[in-house]
Ligand binder design. Sequence first.
Ligand code: HEM
Length: 132
Amino acid sequence: MGSEAAEEKTPYELLGGDDGVRKLTADFYGLMDTLPDAAPIRAMHKGDLSEMTDKLGTFLIGWLGGPQRYQERFGRVIIPLAHKPFPIGPSERDQWLMCMQGAIDNTSLNDSMKARLMDSFGRMAEMCRTKD
Ligand code: HEM
């Protein structure tokens, strides 16, 4: 109270909490499911994307500054290790980021927050790479 520094809101709060992050995740998989350029990474996923939509949404809620619920629901996850079974090179990484860029662009975040988030996703996606 009375503090001069404005509290910085988390991306989770700026997106509108759970509903906003769930929408971002649904948009992300919607793009992966329909963009022809994302067909190679779409094919790595199960036919039914609903389980992954729930999982990635739950993960991102925590990762973007909201409640950490992933571990209690699905167990401990180390994101780069979870991707070891998949052949992910620069092209697959960029397909993933293209879908996330589209989903982020569809939010009402300001441009600087969009760029900051894409930066973080870019670093995480690079850590998921399993081949050149
Ligand atoms: C670099 C490109 C990426 C590709 C091609 C990719 C692909 C995949 C695939 C194929 C799965 C398994 C899906 C299934 O079980 O049906 C998966 C799981 C998952 N991915 Fe990614 N992914 C990428 C990057 C990321 C990033 C950057 C994040 C987080 C910011 C992420 C978060 C997750 C999570 C939370 C799971 C579930 C893990 C588990 O259940 O053990 N992925 N991903």
